[in-house]
Design a binder for this molecule. Structure first.
Ligand SMILES: Cc1cc2nc3c(=O)[nH]c(=O)nc-3n(C[C@H](O)[C@H](O)[C@H](O)COP(=O)(O)OP(=O)(O)OC[C@H]3O[C@@H](n4cnc5c(N)ncnc54)[C@H](O)[C@@H]3O)c2cc1C
Length: 416
């Protein structure tokens, strides 16, 4: 027998997105249950690079980029890896990814990314207020460093897109960036500082502190594996787990890279890829960075965190279920040694996580078409940590029929 709804809303997924949704819904007076097969912020949201990036607005797919993909994927040290057996499955997504690079589309995509990032450091600080853990969020610049000066040319498309949108940038020489970050190698010839950003000192702990706050506000966290979404009578929606059916009035699907799989049996097809990324943490690094730093060639970001120096990034396409290939983490470690010549490389830990990536770099937020009571909040790709607090606000607005803080049209599911 299905239970009668005990909760107004079930959130599937206790990653940073689901946690922020639960917090905002509880603040709007709804009774909320979060279901996850693991504990809060133990998945992709635990191992990321910690960059909280109001100004990241450049889509992943850009014109002319396709020319670089073969070189990137064929080099063992390249920032993109592909398991060749997975290519036939990936092709439709890849086709859409390349199509979203049209010049006519990238400006509006950049605007929609920026809207979702808006004031993310401030929103996190509001969520953390009075927890005693406010120092988990630190002011920071996001420094992109380059061996080739050309990449820091303000006329390059990525900087044009940012400059057109008023992003606070400073273009500096290699020597100037080493005054800010003395640990950096003399290989770097130029850098771009993206100002007024933030970073977290521990993404997992940030999620866990916020989950605890949600619990204090009455949110129930349940450990269960969601097997199926089951539409119910009007005013109720079911979630089948190995512990039985759980009913609520509404459901928010925030299960990251696994979300499309749950929608598929309902006939809703969303092109969502697992864009796998890796990290290496040097636990006694012997060097400290003052900001988040992105290596423009290796495509990984480095930040001093509570657990050591975390170097995280790159992309691997192998599907949701493939085993991690930790050679990818070792490639990041090699790049990091070159970036920071005095790095103590003794003890390391390695990790792999699945970015939930759509082909147009925008998440899916909004009602699921044809499924009354079911809402989406997934697909944040490279920017889930950044965009989670605004997504939480959007979720609360759409579920509670309140005015939305931003226009959600660009994130609708029926764009696919
Ligand atoms: C290497 C790397 C570096 C990154 N760096 C940054 C960064 O610096 N800044 C930034 O903004 N973003 C960054 N990201 C992206 C960011 O980490 C993700 O976008 C974000 O974590 C996604 O959060 P989520 O809550 O949607 O998904 P997740 O954290 O993956 O949470 C989804 C949850 O759903 C649960 N779940 C899934 N299916 C089921 C099921 N059937 N039943 C029960 N539970 C289920 C999972 O257990 C999981 O806990 C990075 C990602 C990677 C991989």
């Amino acid at each position: 027998m299905p239970e009668t709804p005990k909760h107004d809303i079930t959130v599937i997924g206790a990653g940073i997105v689901g946690i922020c949704c639960a917090l905002e819904l509880a603040a709007s007076g709804r009774s909320v249950r979060v279901i996850d097969r693991d504990g809060p912020a133990e998945g992709t949201s635990s191992g990321n690079a910690g960059v909280i990036s109001p100004w990241s607005c450049v889509p992943q797919s850009l014109p002319e980029q396709w020319k670089r993909i073969p070189r990137w994927t064929l080099s063992k040290e390249g920032p993109v890896a592909l398991r060749w057996g997975y290519l036939p499955t990936l092709l439709p997504w890849l086709g859409r990814f390349l199509a979203s690079a049209q010049v006519s589309r990238i400006g509006s995509i950049a605007d929609a990314i920026l809207a979702l990032n808006h004031n993310c450091p401030g929103l996190y600080r509001t969520l953390l207020r009075d927890t005693g853990q406010e120092s988990l969020i630190q002011d920071s610049s996001y420094i992109h460093v380059f061996r080739d000066k050309l990449q820091a040319d303000p006329a390059q498309l990525q900087w044009v897109l940012r400059r057109e949108r008023g992003v606070p940038l400073e273009f500096v020489s290699g020597d100037e960036v080493r005054e800010i970050e003395p640990a950096l190698s003399s290989d770097y010839q130029a850098a771009v500082l993206i100002l007024d950003q933030a970073r977290t000192l521990n993404p997992a702990r940030l999620g866990q502190v916020l989950a605890q706050r949600a619990q204090n506000q009455g949110v129930v966290f349940a450990r269960a594996h969601v097997q199926e979404l089951v539409p119910g009578e009007p005013g109720s929606f079911g979630v089948r787990t190995e512990q039985g059916m759980m009913m609520s009035k509404q459901v928010i699907l925030a299960s990251g890279a696994w979300s499309a799989r749950l929608l598929h049996p309902l006939g809703v097809r969303i092109p969502l890829e697992s864009e796998r990324g890796y990290h290496t943490v040097f636990t006694s690094p012997g060097v400290t960075l003052n900001n988040s730093i992105l290596d423009g060639d290796g495509k990984f970001a480095v930040s001093s965190m509570e657990m050591g120096l975390r170097c995280a990034g790159t992309a691997e396409f192998a599907g949701l279920d493939a085993q991690p290939d930790y050679r990818r983490a070792k490639v990041i470690a090699q790049w990091a040694r070159r970036m920071l010549p005095k790095l103590n490389t003794g003890v390391v830990s390695e990790w792999m996580g699945s970015r939930p990536s759509t082909p147009d770099s925008l998440p899916c937020i909004g009602p699921v078409p044809g499924q009354a009571g079911l809402f989406a909040a997934f697909g944040h790709g490279h920017l889930g940590l950044t965009q989670a607090p605004m997504t939480g606000r959007l979720a609360a607005a759409m579920v509670c029929d309140k005015p939305s803080p931003i226009n959600i049209t660009p994130y609708r599911l029926d764009r696919f």
